[in-house]
Structure formats: structure tokens, C-alpha cells
Design a protein around this ligand. Structure first.
Ligand code: FES
Length: 125
């Protein structure tokens, strides 16, 4: 099964998933801090990630995802919405964007408060 390595300024975590799994579902399975304000229905852009390895192996982008990514911050050629991109047969390196990390902290105030108390959030660039 392909492995996905998630990274951000806060954390690194790796998970194995079946091909066809949405990246967001993989993130939730391993506790990677990917925001998802709309619940994974392609109605926000808070699940925006940069796929640094294995991009070509992902499911093809549909028009909805392309339109929604137009509203995201720091869009790059490696950008995908993690709720829409499903895993192929290759391992992936996925970087969680600042936009997505901020959304995750808004969705998980307990985690945010703990990281603030530890001096780890907000992240200094
Ligand atoms: S969670 Fe909203 S577009 Fe992916």
C-alpha cells in the first residue's frame, strides 16, 4: 500500500492507505493537521496541500477542484485539494499549507490552546 508522509512546520507523520483513499481521509486517519472547513465537499479551500512527491499518481483534477483552488492562497503547480485528490499506487510527500494549518487550528481550539501554551503556535516563519 502507498505511504503518505505529511509535513508542516509543526509536525511530520506517515500513514499507509489503500489506493483510492482521499488524501484528507488519510490525514484524518493519522492525525495530520489538515483543515477541512466544508467537511470535504469541495466548497472551501482549507484542505489545500502541496504534493511534493507523487503528484502525477493522484486522481485527475476535476473542474470543481480547479475552480475552488482559484480561491486558495499560495497556489502552486503542486497544489491539490486534499478532499478531492485520491491516492494512486505511489508514495506521496504532502506539505500542509499555512492556510490549511490555520483552518485546522480554528477547527480544533483545544489543540491550538495546547500548542499556544507550549509556544509552538502560531508558527514563526
Ligand atoms: S474540505 Fe473544503 S474543499 Fe476540501
Amino acid at each position: 500500500m502507498p505511504k503518505i508522509h505529511f509535513s508542516s512546520p509543526l509536525d511530520d507523520v506517515t500513514v499507509e492507505v489503500k489506493p483510492g483513499t482521499p488524501i484528507l481521509e488519510a490525514a484524518e486517519a493519522c492525525g495530520a493537521q489538515v483543515g477541512h472547513s466544508c467537511g470535504g465537499v469541495c466548497a472551501c479551500s482549507t484542505c489545500h496541500v502541496w504534493v511534493r512527491k507523487g503528484l502525477e499518481s493522484l486522481s485527475e483534477q476535476q473542474d470543481d477542484e480547479i475552480d475552488r483552488l482559484d480561491m486558495a492562497f499560495d497556489v502552486k503547480p503542486t497544489s491539490r485539494l486534499s478532499c478531492q485528490a485520491t491516492v494512486g499506487s505511489e508514495d506521496l510527500e504532502v506539505f500542509i499549507t499555512e492556510e490549511s494549518l490555520k483552518a485546522y487550528m480554528d477547527e480544533n481550539p483545544d489543540v491550538r490552546r495546547r500548542l499556544e501554551a507550549e509556544g509552538k503556535w502560531p508558527v514563526n516563519k
